[in-house]
Design a protein around this ligand. Structure first.
Ligand SMILES: Nc1ncnc2c1ncn2[C@@H]1O[C@H](COP(=O)(O)OP(=O)(O)OP(=O)(O)O)[C@@H](O)[C@H]1O
Ligand SMILES: [Mg+2]
Length: 323
């Protein structure tokens, strides 16, 4: 963990959330650097199987990509009001670019880490869109969270009877390495997005991942010659490494006798996610082509530029290493 930054502790409410909450539903939003998604679980579902959650499968236009998360892309109209999120935002912006009508619109992608880089003591920061136009970070984050919240509620309504806001316990995850200011910013953006602050919990991404790992069968056990895979037994120590797009987050936990989780080491990590690879690719192109040519390409041929990034993403995922 050399170079990693230790984090200020968040209250460990995530550990007791599901058992102490009297709410009917837990609705969680994972706001990622590259991909975001959500999941929800009713109290009775959690009690039967804590790993059973409902979510949404998002599809790219070409159908090449389908997953439980959508790209963290936000498209705003020229008057800065919401237009689209996820694959819809990507597609619409590409279409606008093809017609050279995109320049007055605001397109944000991978903006989560800007918060990590810039959130100092200031109450708000400005974020630059794909073409360098600024919008307040609060607006960008709250519009994106509002979209995810509303889509979750719609998805939930489609599956069940009417659910009221007062029945919901909201969870929003943040990287472990984020400062308290950045976590507080996320809370405020969520409240601005219409989430009731009293029913909102900010949880650390790797802690949420660790709680999930604690509930799934991962440990190989052998009893009387019979081999089986079970959940971690009391006393087991395990490390979760969540390698994301923006950050790599690490937690080290132990399963206690009563099967709760004890933290053995403060959650840590660093800004070493997959987008660092993309950034190096971008730097390589600038080195080869020169900054003026690259900027011209990005500004005047935005649809080709976006296509190049999509292709790179697919290629990156295809690389195999021999062990
Ligand atoms: N097979 C793969 N090989 C290499 N990189 C991959 C592969 N699959 C996904 N990635 C990279 O992982 C990142 C996406 O991971 P993930 O969805 O966990 O991130 P995230 O939740 O958006 O980010 P974070 O949690 O850091 O905010 C992207 O940078 C993507 O390019
Ligand atoms: Mg993530």
């Amino acid at each position: 963990m050399t170079g990693g930054r230790k984090v200020a502790r968040e209250p460990k409410t995530a550990y007791r959330m599901a058992s102490s909450s009297t709410k009917l539903l837990v609705a969680a939003i994972d706001f990622g650097t590259t991909f975001s998604g959500y999941a929800f679980s009713f109290r009775h579902q959690y009690e039967t199987d804590p790993t059973k959650v409902s979510g949404k499968v998002w599809h790219s236009k070409t159908g090449l990509l389908a997953s439980m998360k959508a790209p963290t892309c936000l498209l705003l109209k020229p008057d800065q009001s919401f237009e689209a999120f996820g694959y819809d935002a990507e597609n619409k912006y590409s279409e606008l670019a093809l017609e050279d009508e995109h320049k007055k619109w605001y397109y944000f992608k991978r903006f989560k880490m800007m918060l990590h880089d810039r959130m100092g003591m200031k109450r708000d920061v400005e974020l630059e869109d794909e073409l360098g136009k600024s919008v307040s970070a609060t607006k960008v984050f709250s519009l994106a969270i509002r979209y995810l919240k509303n889509d979750l509620l719609q998805n939930c309504k489609d599956q069940a009877t009417e659910i009221y806001e007062k029945d919901i316990h909201w969870v929003l995850t943040t990287p472990a390495i984020w400062s308290d200011a950045a976590k507080q910013f996320m809370r405020e953006a969520a409240v601005k997005a219409g989430i009731n602050g009293d029913a909102l919990e900010i949880a650390l991404e790797p802690e949420a991942a660790s709680i999930y790992c604690r509930h799934i069968p991962l440990q190989r056990t052998e009893k009387g010659g019979k081999v089986s895979v079970e959940t971690f037994s009391p006393g087991s120590k395990y490390l979760v490494l969540d390698a994301g797009g923006g950050t790599v987050d690490i937690t080290l936990h132990e399963v206690t006798k009563d099967r709760t989780i004890k933290e053995l080491h403060q959650a840590s990590g660093g800004p070493w996610g997959g987008t660092r690879v993309d950034e190096e690719f971008r730097k390589l192109l600038i080195k080869i082509l020169g900054c003026p040519v690259f900027t011209k390409f990005q500004h005047n041929y935005m649809d080709d530029y976006l296509e190049l990034l999509r292709e790179f993403e697919l290629k990156k995922r295809d690389i195999k290493t021999r062990i």
